[in-house]
Design a protein around this ligand. Structure first.
Ligand code: IPM
Ligand code: MN
Length: 359
């Protein structure tokens, strides 16, 4: 029996609904894998907690995150809950990503069956790449730290050799485990930067090619970020793994998500040497909270990434293939806004039924 301690953060808005669905799927997975035991431990964090206690996350939760085997986080935040400085009070990205030194933000973009892409002519799996967003430095190293004002403010973009080297290495290691780009089956890592303009980005590219020399089996290429935005629309099948600075990854992963049915289909992992947490890429959508129409797949697929990360790849595959199968068979239907046509519950049940082998 393998036991894992997993911290769950249900978060705000649609977060608790997504977490409930995901926990149901994890329970089905455990029923089918007698040797797997996930001890889930729920922790309150985010905007709701800030509104109640004046702090978005407790020291006990942070401590638990340091000790756990995995962390699963539903969307947090509520635009109505603000800090005295006017920024959103419930967000946890800064405190968890930098606090736990989770340098690689892994954001798969994959076109599932039954999902209509705004791009014409792509089969399921015809778009299948991973954006690796550097998660601890870049422009967001200045998160909440800009200097100046009221007429001018500067935010500094920081690229370090060490920070770049570790995230680039992560990207190459990931490509080794994948099957290459849909277009040609070539394992390929693409460096995305703006090195024609910024010195910081020139360093990023320089380090990228230094690390690439250690991976002769993987194709290495570089593209400017503006051209990359264009390519992700006109030739997404060319890409396998892309690695880039923090804000570029924030932007281009959203663009990629749009081509694969929206952020409701996008899981993610924030991964470091010692810790990792897994979360849906999208926000907490307070406007549709409590209506039972949110699509829980982003968090369900994030749970699959978490299982793969802790070494339970069979369980991870079970979730992934169940989601794929249920979408392919039309058991899961999403409208053109990415919402659950038959309700969140129906999606949960469809995935659970397949995990249990009932279909
Ligand atoms: C993301 C989000 C966050 C970020 C926001 C909510 C702070 O956009 O995870 O992509 O900027 O990283
Ligand atoms: Mn974002």
């Amino acid at each position: 029996m393998k036991e894992y301690r997993i911290i769950t953060i249900p978060g705000d808005g649609i977060g608790p609904e997504l977490m409930e669905s995901t926990i149901a799927v994890l329970e089905a997975v455990q029923e089918m894998n007698g040797a797997l035991k996930l001890n889930l431990e729920e922790h309150e964090a985010g905007a709701g907690r800030y509104a109640r206690y004046g702090k978005r996350i407790s020291d006990e939760t942070l401590q638990a995150c340091h000790e756990a085997d995995g962390i699963l986080k539903a969307p947090v935040g509520n635009p109505a809950v603000r800090t005295p400085e006017g920024t959103e009070a419930g967000l946890l990205g800064g405190v968890l990503r930098t606090g736990l030194d989770l340098f690689a933000n892994m954001r798969p973009v994959k076109l599932y069956p039954g999902i209509r892409s705004p791009l014409a002519g792509y089969e399921p799996g015809g778009i299948d790449y991973v954006v690796i967003r550097e998660n601890t430095e870049g422009l967001y190293a200045s998160r909440d730290k800009g200097v100046g004002g009221p007429e001018a403010v500067a935010d500094t973009l920081i690229i370090t050799r060490k920070g770049t080297e570790r995230v680039v290495r992560f990207a190459f290691e990931l490509s080794r485990k994948r099957n290459g780009a849909p277009e040609d089956g070539v394992r390929r890592v693409t460096c995305v930067d703006k090195s024609n303009v910024l010195r910081s980005m020139a360093l990023f590219r320089e380090v990228f090619f230094e690390v690439a020399a250690d991976y002769p089996d993987i194709e290495a290429e570089a593209v400017y970020s503006d051209a990359c935005a264009n390519h992700l629309v006109i030739r997404p099948a060319h890409y396998d793994v892309l690695v880039m600075e923090n804000m570029l990854g924030d932007l281009l992963s959203d663009l990629g998500g749009a081509t694969a049915g929206g952020l409701g289909m996008c899981p993610s992992g924030n991964i470091g040497e010692k810790f990792a947490f897994f979360e849906a890429v999208h926000g907490s959508a307070p406007d549709i909270a409590g209506q039972g129409i949110a699509n829980p797949l982003s968090l369900i697929l994030s749970a699959a990434l978490m299982l793969a990360h802790i070494g339970e790849s069979e369980a991870a595959n079970q979730i992934e293939t169940s989601v794929w199968g249920a979408l392919e068979a039309g058991e899961i239907r999403l409208d053109n806004k990415g919402r659950a046509v038959d309700g969140s519950q129906a999606i949960t049940e469809a995935v659970c039924a397949r995990v249990r082998g009932e279909i």
